[in-house]
Design a protein around this ligand. Structure first.
Ligand code: SAH
Length: 221
């Protein structure tokens, strides 16, 4: 009973958020339905539960953030996923985006560079009964063992398209990633055309935390 009460605690707020997402142009009913069921308050830091249904990014520790709900919905919608596709996520963070993908019926692989975030996300995803393969490491070089992927979603801002990630997409596969400097990035949808070529489309300006790794930004520490 207790978990049922917990799930329903923010039902009203969750439905209001879904209405806001619709008004901002999210039309994918599968994405909206999954997000209307998913308790975002379980993915935010203690003390931030009451703000879980604001359409904003929130801190999750280690100077990282859970992405804004609109951004999660928008990126997921733009990938035009089909049931059962194999997806690689770079930047597990809170695990919320991975949970959305798993609930949509995707085979999800996700990589996080910070051990504490990886461990926390892994445990919450397991607690929710979601099957997601998690790993700690540098996601800019991908996860070769499970390649090729139908789609790759990068949830941190890159200086450029990491070549290793393109190489792990199947021909015709899609990747969505923010590209730019540290202040703001252009969300870009990439499609791998053949062995040597890919095309990219701009989807608008967004703001993400930096992608830090071999094919991303250098670690400042
Ligand atoms: N998808 C997340 C968003 C987290 S913010 C969510 O739904 O909550 C982006 C995350 O990317 C941060 O946790 C950051 O630590 C991580 N990150 C940055 N560079 C990375 C890299 N090279 N490999 C894996 N994770 C990385």
């Amino acid at each position: 009973m207790q978990s049922a009460i917990r799930i329903n605690q923010f039902k009203e707020e969750r439905l209001q958020l879904i209405e806001q997402l619709r008004m901002r142009g999210i039309t994918d009913e599968n994405v909206l339905s999954v997000m209307s069921d998913l308790p975002r308050e379980l993915f935010v830091k203690d003390g931030f539960e009451r703000r879980a249904y604001e359409d904003s990014a929130l801190p999750i520790g280690l100077q990282q953030t859970i992405s804004q709900p609109f951004t999660v919905a928008f990126m997921t919608q733009k990938l035009q996923l089909e049931y059962g596709e194999k997806i690689l996520e770079i930047g597990t963070g809170s695990g919320y985006q991975a949970a959305v993908l798993a609930k949509l019926g995707m085979k999800v692989f996700t990589i996080e560079r910070h051990f504490d975030l990886y461990r926390q996300a892994r445990s919450i995803l397991a607690e929710m009964g979601l099957t997601v393969s998690t790993r700690q490491g540098d996601g800019t070089i991908g996860w070769k063992d499970n390649a090729p992927y139908d789609a790759i979603i990068v949830t941190a801002g890159a200086p450029d398209v990491p070549n290793s990630l393109v190489m792990q997409l199947r021909i015709g596969g899609r990747m969505i990633l923010p590209i730019g400097d540290e202040k703001s990035q252009m969300l870009t949808l990439v499609r791998r055309i053949d062995n040597e070529h890919y095309e990219g489309h701009n989807l608008g300006e967004f703001r993400f935390v930096p992608l830090v790794g071999k094919e991303g930004w250098a670690d400042k520490k």
